[in-house]
Design a protein around this ligand. Structure first.
Ligand code: PLP
Length: 514
């Protein structure tokens, strides 16, 4: 065995090989289980620190990193990545959270050095191209929605909701209507809507849905009062239906002195076809990571720009881009501005580039076609499966997602959860389950426009086979699923309530037990 210049044996102890020696293990051990801390995977020269530059904060204890070579560490992460299901590895029919294909062109553009190698504190004269990109993106978002202003900086849909509602609150305060302390939220809303309103101190008043799954304008009118500040409504709604009375609802809300916040997470279904501003919407967030094909998941980085109507535009936060002489400037301070800024610097630049690339490569007609194809795909799935599954709201054609419920499973002993877990064995990510809450045992499927007819046919064939098998009483296929994934059924509630976030060495655990 050779020693490195620090006297540590080189090599990785176990040889960097996963414990059982198989390269295709379904269970990938931790780095610390593969390598040990006594060996070093790299041969670094001795460090000679003449002076203490850390003001006495130098580490005293050992670093205890697992000693692995670069290829060993890389293989560990690549093996881990293969355990994930992703939109790049198979169909992801999750409803509500549009999971779109991320074209590689977007990635190429986001990596251009003029976007990826700049610093937010660089003089604006040196980043005119990046400002032009932000300006063009703003233009597209305002044009697609027919809005007066846009705030690009919120970092997710929920963050955008918060900003939009803060703008509404500021506008009500400016009108001297601070006593308006109620926000109306339909029962079918995404959980972030009531959470946002409650976070800002509003009390949330639910609006019931009609039996056909849409919001009733009469119910909205009955709930409106001089205490209502706004309604938060999703359109198309979370049942995948376009709200047929949305214009009357907007009219009634405005007549009562309130604002109309729209949750724009489902914009993929109508982009290029319907402009929310024409429906009377005052504020709406747009999830770039849903509608405009930027990567989604793992906690970000997302982007949730908010478009604002004429009435709310004066309350837009800083920063924003504005023409100045021949060039562009970034406005970072405005006198008497109600909200200031909602994020450090300018938001998620990489997401802006990807979204604008998607828009420019599709063009206005291409975006409309993407929306129409998404709606077509969802209706195709609904048409192919409705004789086997149950459809809670059969009165309307669906928009971008097909909603089923579990009544077709009644008496079979198979639950929505069992059904979803069995889809994993068939190579699909499960659909959204038990949401929207207004539908018992909901199964919400969103295929997006980028799935081919072959993929949809394969998906429908598998789903039909599962439905038939459940009805035939073949329980084994369902109750133990997934059988072909690295993990079986997990205690998800316990994992959420008692997360174990720290790995302990087996010997530490043994001592702790003693
Ligand atoms: C995804 C989603 C949100 C929240 O967006 P995030 O970017 O995940 O914060 C809000 N409402 C609806 C209907 C959604 O689907």
């Amino acid at each position: 065995m050779s020693m490195n210049t620090q006297g540590r044996p080189t090599g990785t102890g176990s040889g960097g090989i996963a414990a059982s020696g198989s390269a295709l293990l379904p269970n990938e051990p931790l780095l610390f289980e593969i390598g040990d801390t006594e060996h070093s995977g790299v041969d670094l020269p001795e460090v000679n620190l003449d002076s203490d530059r850390l003001g006495g904060f130098n580490r005293k204890s050992k670093l205890d990193l697992a000693g692995l070579t670069e290829p060993e560490a890389m293989r560990h992460y690549v093996r881990l990545s293969r355990l994930n299901h992703s939109i790049d590895s198979g169909m992801y029919p999750l409803g509500s959270c549009t999971m779109k294909h991320n074209p590689r062109l977007n990635e190429k553009m986001a990596r251009l050095p003029g976007f990826s190698d700049i610093h937010p504190l660089q003089p604006v004269s040196t980043v005119q191209g990046a400002l032009e990109m932000m300006n063009q993106l703003s233009h597209w978002l305002m044009t697609l929605t027919n809005s007066a202003a846009v705030a690009l900086s919120p970092k997710a849909g929920a963050h955008g909701e918060l900003l939009g509602m803060m703008a509404i609150k500021a506008a009500q305060d400016a009108k001297g209507a601070s006593l308006r302390n109620i926000v109306l939220v339909p029962e079918s809303a995404h959980g972030t809507n009531p959470a946002t309103a409650a976070f800002l101190g509003y009390s949330v008043k639910p609006v019931p849905a009609k039996d056909d799954g849409t919001v009733d304008v009469e119910a909205v009118k009955a709930a409106l009062s001089p205490e209502v500040a706004a309604i938060m409504l999703t359109n198309p709604n979370t049942c995948g239906l376009f709200e047929p009375q949305v214009i009357e609802i907007a009219q009634a809300v405005h007549d009562a002195g309130a604002f109309f916040y729209c949750d724009g997470a489902n914009f993929n279904a109508i982009m290029g076809v319907v402009r929310p501003g024409d429906l009377g919407i005052d504020a709406m967030h747009i999830n770039l990571h849903k509608t405009f094909s930027t990567p989604h998941g793992g906690g970000g980085p997302g982007a949730g720009p908010v478009v604002l109507s004429e009435a709310l535009a004066p309350f837009a936060p800083v920063p924003f881009v504005r023409k100045a002489g021949e060039g562009l400037e970034l406005v970072e301070h405005v006198e008497d501005q109600a909200l200031g800024r909602v994020t450090a610097f300018h938001g998620q630049m990489g997401m802006y580039v990807r979204a604008l690339t998607y828009m420019l490569s599709h063009g206005a007609d291409g975006l409309a076609q993407a929306a129409e194809d998404a709606v077509l795909n969802a209706n195709y799935i609904k048409a192919r499966l409705e004789h086997l599954f149950s459809v809670p709201f059969p009165d309307y054609p669906t928009m971008h997602e097909a909603l089923f419920d579990d009544s077709f499973l009644k008496g079979t002993g198979v639950t929505t959860l069992d059904f979803a877990k069995t889809m994993i064995d068939e190579g699909f990510h499960p659909m959204t389950m038990y949401f929207p809450l207004v539908v018992h045992g909901a199964m919400l499927i969103e295929p997006t426009e980028s799935e081919s007819m072959q993929t949809l046919d394969h998906f429908c064939t598998v789903m039909a086979d599962l439905a038939n098998d459940a009805k035939a009483g073949n329980l084994e296929r369902f109750t133990a699923a997934p059988l072909k994934a690295p993990r079986r059924r997990l205690d998800e509630t316990r994992a959420a309530r008692q997360p174990i976030l720290r790995w302990e060495r087996p010997e530490d655990t043994a001592q702790a037990v003693e």
